[in-house]
Each structure stands twice: as structure tokens, then as C-alpha cells.
Unconditional design. Structure first.
Length: 503
């Protein structure tokens, strides 16, 4: 089937022919006719199958009639990453060269004002990442009540990056009568729930087995040490062993690993550049352009670059880490072997990553062979290095040489202890003589003999003190004794007048 049989407009067909496309891919052949009929489409296809043109071409045909109004775009395309959004914009520039359309690219890392100015003039197409789109909406710079067609691309990647709540919010802001084109490589339960909620009687188009890899890609595994330094040595030996390498992408699970690999490869004379989410937009664009123009041979990337990047002639893919999510393996190696070309994919595997590897093999339903690059670190030496600090792991319960050496060093300490033990009895008489002195001191001044001083005879009988009225007790606390009062007044035997006892 040719593009002319799909029902596209003459302007679109002319642009397709000028771009050098002659035969539509399977996803384009099945999705474009239903999209032109204004039906919702659920497209399932592996990466590199031509999904971008499957929604760009029918959108161009639909936009030939009508015009956009200020702040009210007519179509909306949501992408998970800035690179994918910029790539779709390039597709509109190529395939829509015969259409005078205004395309607004709303992505992070750049200024708001130029984007808002383009929306104010009226944008036919808005290509955006979910976060930046909602930022414009919340600032009152964008109205989404005029959207006629919504495209959600790489939906499973949206799920991995945590964009599903944003997608749900955006869909609720759009008109109910819109047309929705939904594309994904896999269909996890959360994506199935999303399609059931926002698609209306969709036409399901599935062009390949889910999570399958292209047959043109040669896939191999490489045993690698867990030690990061030795693992980087293995990667460099693997790259040097590939004599037919034109360019390649090295994938790592963490952004910190990406930066470390770039520094390591540059230090050892490789042409390399990094691409990850913490880079500013200008640096990411510059690195990606250098890789596409063959100015950079090796692109080290996190999974932010694993999906949808259309770099047609990547010869090799190196997985420095086994991906945490098995689906990411399919998208990573899908960067090579595109459009029927030959590709090579290598995955470094440590013993600690056996669980992730088993998940990948179960997903792709293949057994992959192992490849040993020349000059890679020896596995036995790796084990010794990993459990190092002079302690080697030996089988059969043998004693470890460093430990026996440590025991030999402890002998002098034992001899020193014996010397101290022998000297201890000499000090005993001194301690025994000191103890009687302390006891003698304790008996020297018996405080019990000082009882008369402590138990002074009461100036009045104890019975009288207990029967003494409260006023007398208070007076005693104030250090005023009866005898003192009697001496000064001349009264005795308790015959004190009442007016003298008051205070």
C-alpha cells in the first residue's frame, strides 16, 4: 500500500514524497485511515515503528480547514520529554512545509514569554510536556476549550515518569467531543484504566507483539564485575572490541552514573557526551545535535533518552546497567536496528543484577548469548578486589593469610599481659597495708560519743513540748525560748501572762 491510498490530502502527499517516504509502516497503514475518520485510536507498537507520522499526517490533513484563535489552540500533542517534543516539532516542519501552520512548543528549561507570545497569536498545534502545559494554563495564558484532537504519545513512559495525574487533569479540561489518539508500546494496568476512562470506542491497532525486539538487532550479554571502576574497565574493553562501531548510545540507570561515565570515557580518549534530566535545555539540545551530526561518537544517556528519539543510524547500544524496569530494555535497544538496519546491543550484567536480567529475558522470550571482550577484567580478580582490604575469599573453609598474620602479631601483647600479671602480686602488700589505715581513720573519731552535743537536753520536758500549743511551736521556730522570756519578765513555772506571749 502507498501513502496515496490512505486518504491523505494532496499537500500532505507532496510533503511525504519530498521527504523521501514511499511506503507507510504497519502502524501508519492501520492508524491513519481511522484517524482521518475522526475516530479514537489506541495504537500499540514497538519503538521505531513510525508512530510520529501516524498522528502527524492525519493532523495536517485535518488542520487544512479553519484557523486557530488567540490562546485557543486547535490540537494538542503531549510528550513525556523535551527531546521527544522537539522531535515532533521537527516532523511538523518537514511534513507540514506546504501548510501555513503555527506550531507552539511548550517545554521546560526555556523562557515562558516567547512561548506565551506564540500562543497569543493563535497556535494551530501545541506540542507540550504536561508540566509546562499546566503552568501556562494556571497563568491564564492558555485556553483548552477549542482542542479538536488530542494525541498522547509514549503513554507508558508517561506512567514511568509520574505524569498520569497531570494527564488526567488535562483530559478533564478538554472538550468531551474531542478526538483522541493514544500511543503506547506496552499496556500496564494503569494505562488500561486511563484508556477506558478517556477514549470513546477506540479502534485498537497493534502492529507487533508487545515488548518484542526487532529481529535485525544482535543482542548479547557481557559478564561484568560489581565494582564500579572495574565495570567501567569492562565497558571500555567492550567498546574497543567493536571494530564496526559507527556511533552508539550507552544507557545507565542513574544520572550520577551518566556523568561519571562521560568523565571516564573522555579521560580515556573516547568521543562522548552526556544526556540526562538534570542538564539545562541548551546543553541537552547541543549534545543531541552533536550526536546526530556525528560530532560525538558515544552518547551516554539515562532513560530520559531511551524512548522515541529518532536517530536513524545508531549502530550500537550498550547497557551499562540492566534496566530496573524490564520494558525499558526494549526501548533502549530500539535505538538501533531501526527501519530494517542492522544493529548491535550489549548488556553488562553483574551477579547482583540477575533478578533484573531474568525479568528481561522473560519479557522478550529469548535466551541471549554471552560475549567476552578482549582485555576485560578477570572475574576471579574482580571477586578478590570487591571483597578486598587484603582479605581474599577462599573456598573449603581455609584460613585466611591476613588473619593468621594478625594472630601472629598478637603474641607480643600476650607476653606483655603475662609480665603485668607477674608484677601484680608485688603491689598487693601495699594495698593491704593501706586498707587498715582507712579503717583506723574511720574509728579515730567516733561521732557516737558526741551524742551529748547532738542530743542536747531539752530545756523543757518532751511531754511539755508535745502538749505545747501551736503558738508556742511557732515561737520556738522563731528562736524565742520560754526561758528567755521568763528571765526578762520575772515569771516562772509556766505562769506567763497572755499579753506577753503574743507576737
Amino acid at each position: 500500500m502507498s501513502f496515496a491510498e490512505l486518504g491523505l490530502s494532496p499537500k500532505v502527499l507532496e510533503a511525504v514524497t519530498s521527504a523521501g517516504y514511499t511506503t507507510p509502516t504497519a502502524i501508519q497503514e492501520q492508524a491513519i485511515p481511522y484517524a482521518l475518520q475522526r475516530k479514537d485510536v489506541l495504537g500499540l507498537a514497538q519503538t521505531g515503528s513510525g508512530k510520529t507520522a501516524a498522528f502527524v499526517l492525519p493532523m495536517l490533513s485535518m488542520l487544512e480547514s479553519g484557523r486557530a484563535r488567540a490562546r485557543m489552540p486547535r490540537t494538542l500533542i503531549l510528550e513525556p520529554t523535551r527531546e521527544l517534543a522537539a522531535q515532533v516539532e521537527e516532523s511538523f516542519a518537514t511534513l507540514g512545509k506546504n501548510h501555513k501552520l503555527t506550531v507552539a512548543l511548550l517545554i521546560g528549561g526555556v523562557s515562558f514569554d516567547p512561548q506565551a507570545a506564540k500562543i497569543d497569536r493563535g497556535a494551530d498545534v501545541v506540542i507540550a510536556t504536561p508540566g509546562r502545559l499546566l503552568d501556562h494554563f494556571e497563568r491564564g495564558r492558555l485556553l483548552m476549550t477549542g482542542i479538536e484532537m488530542l494525541v498522547i504519545d509514549e503513554a507508558d513512559r508517561m506512567l514511568d515518569m509520574g505524569f498520569i495525574p497531570d494527564i488526567e487533569r488535562i483530559c478533564k479540561l478538554l472538550p468531551f467531543t474531542r478526538q483522541t489518539l493514544f500511543f503506547s508500546a506496552t499496556m500496564p494496568p494503569e494505562i488500561q484504566r486511563l484508556t477506558a476512562q478517556f477514549l470513546h470506542n477506540p479502534i485498537k491497532v497493534e502492529t507487533a507483539a508487545r515488548s518484542s525486539t526487532a529481529e535485525t538487532i544482535e543482542q548479547q550479554l557481557v559478564k561484568a564485575p560489581h565494582d564500579p571502576k572495574l565495570k567501567r574497565d569492562t565497558l571500555r574493553a567492550l567498546i574497543r572490541s567493536q571494530t564496526n562501531i559507527k556511533n552508539g548510545i550507552v544507557f545507565a540507570n542513574r544520572k550520577t552514573t551518566v556523568a561519571l561515565l562521560e568523565k571516564s570515557l573522555l579521560k580515556h580518549g573516547f568521543s562522548a557526551g552526556a544526556l540526562h534530566g538534570d542538564m539545562d535545555q541548551s546543553s541537552r539540545t547541543k549534545t543531541l545535535a552533536g550526536f546526530r551530526n556525528n560530532e560525538i561518537t558515544l552518547l551516554i544517556a539515562s532513560d530520559v533518552a531511551a524512548r522515541g528519539l529518532d536517530i536513524p543510524d545508531v549502530s550500537h547500544v550498550f547497557n551499562f546497567d540492566v534496566p530496573i524496569h524490564s520494558e525499558d530494555y526494549v526501548h533502549r535497544i530500539g535505538r538501533t536496528g531501526r527501519a530494517g538496519r542492522e544493529g548491535h546491543a550489549f548488556t553488562l550484567v553483574t551477579r547482583e543484577e540477575s533478578k533484573q536480567l531474568n525479568a528481561v529475558l522473560s519479557l522478550i522470550k529469548k535466551e541471549l548469548p554471552y560475549f567476552t571482550p578482549e582485555g576485560a577484567p578477570d572475574e576471579n580478580a574482580v571477586s578478590e578486589e570487591r571483597h578486598g582490604r587484603g582479605e581474599r575469599r577462599e573456598r573449603g573453609g581455609r584460613s585466611r593469610p591476613p588473619r593468621s598474620g594478625q594472630r601472629a602479631e598478637r603474641a607480643p601483647r600476650a607476653e606483655a599481659a603475662e609480665v603485668v600479671a607477674e608484677a601484680a602480686p608485688v603491689q598487693e602488700p601495699v594495698e593491704r597495708e593501706a586498707r587498715p589505715e582507712r579503717e583506723a581513720r574511720a574509728e579515730r573519731a567516733p561521732r557516737a560519743e558526741r551524742a551529748p552535743r547532738q542530743e542536747r537536753a531539752p530545756r523543757q520536758p518532751q511531754a511539755e513540748q508535745q502538749s505545747r500549743p501551736p503558738r508556742d511551736r511557732e515561737r520556738r521556730r522563731d528562736n524565742h525560748s520560754d526561758e528567755a522570756v521568763a528571765d526578762s519578765s520575772g515569771f516562772h513555772d509556766g505562769n506567763m501572762p497572755a499579753f506577753l506571749t503574743r507576737k
